[in-house]
Design a protein around this ligand. Structure first.
Ligand SMILES: [Zn+2]
Length: 278
């Protein structure tokens, strides 16, 4: 963990923007923790990952627990025959969307096990699921345990914020988008990648959700119109949209080239939006 990361953090209890690193004394001699300079709130650092999450949010939600308990199983999807191809297709769409974008200081909210962050060169990652973060950390991402609705970061510290396949697991999407807006600098970018509710992929996943699927069970799916509306209402202006996954989810997965602009039935939609200065 670098000092760099600590300089971006703030206290989630009082909002103060200075946390101090303190060595623990006694039996835990090598352990370090972060202490709020103002309210003295203490945050542990576990295996190099600062824990800035209220205990009530820890693993109480099914959408968090699955990614903690089944981090390996989730991660292994990216290396399955189907997962490898779909991941590449989704990455191609994100790369096309980001062609002329300088990421600058970048954060992925809901970084999970870190595949997208590593592939896109994102520096920082936040997630409530600790075991997933351990994998993201192995992939070189500087990680913090926290939730999207209460980001433990100071105002205006990032140039780009990513939410890739994250909005479906966020409990309060409005709060999460306002927080993303707050931590972005002026003219900063948000990048959203999500499964389109109105596509054959969205319909299949909704069906799986209905049947209690482990990963889709707690998910909530959105249409393009819904995400556009949410972005507009929370201080963002849409700059570009790139889509992919026009193939049927029931057929054998194959490589696909992403399409710029909005077309009907895309399974995976990526949106680039700019923070409006308010
Ligand atoms: Zn504090």
């Amino acid at each position: 963990m670098t000092g760099n990361l600590i300089e971006l953090l703030k206290c989630i209890y009082c909002g103060h923007d200075k946390l101090i690193m303190r060595e623990e004394s006694g039996a835990n001699r090598n352990a370090r923790k972060l202490v709020c300079e103002k309210c003295n709130a203490e945050y542990s650092i576990i295996q190099g990952i600062p824990v800035l999450i209220r205990s009530k949010h820890l693993l109480n939600e099914q959408g968090v627990r699955i990614f903690h308990e089944y981090a390996d199983r989730y991660d292994s999807w990216f290396f399955s025959d189907k997962g490898r191809i779909l991941f590449k297709n989704e990455l191609k769409a994100l790369r096309k969307l980001l062609e002329n974008v300088d990421l600058g200081a970048s954060l992925e909210i809901g970084v999970g096990t870190g595949e997208f962050a590593q592939a896109l060169g994102i520096s920082y990652g936040l997630d409530p699921a600790f075991n997933a973060l351990l994998k993201a950390k192995e992939r070189g991402i500087k990680c913090v345990q926290g939730i999207a609705e209460e980001l433990p970061f100071r105002d205006s510290v990032f140039d780009s914020v990513f939410m890739i396949v994250t909005i479906c697991y966020v409990k309060d999407i409005t709060k999460a988008l306002r927080e993303a807006n707050r931590v972005l600098r002026r003219d900063g970018n948000i990048v959203i990648g999500f499964i389109n509710k109105d596509s054959s992929w969205g319909k299949l996943y909704l069906e799986k959700k209905r049947k209690g699927h482990l990963f889709y069970g707690p998910a909530r799916f959105y249409s393009l119109e819904e995400v556009k509306d949410l972005l507009g209402k929370n201080g963002f202006e849409i700059m570009n949209v790139v889509t992919t996954l026009y193939q049927s989810p029931l057929e054998k997965s194959r490589p696909e080239e992403p399409v710029e602009g909005v077309k009907e039935n895309a399974g995976f939609i990526t949106i680039l939006a700019k923070k409006l200065w308010s």
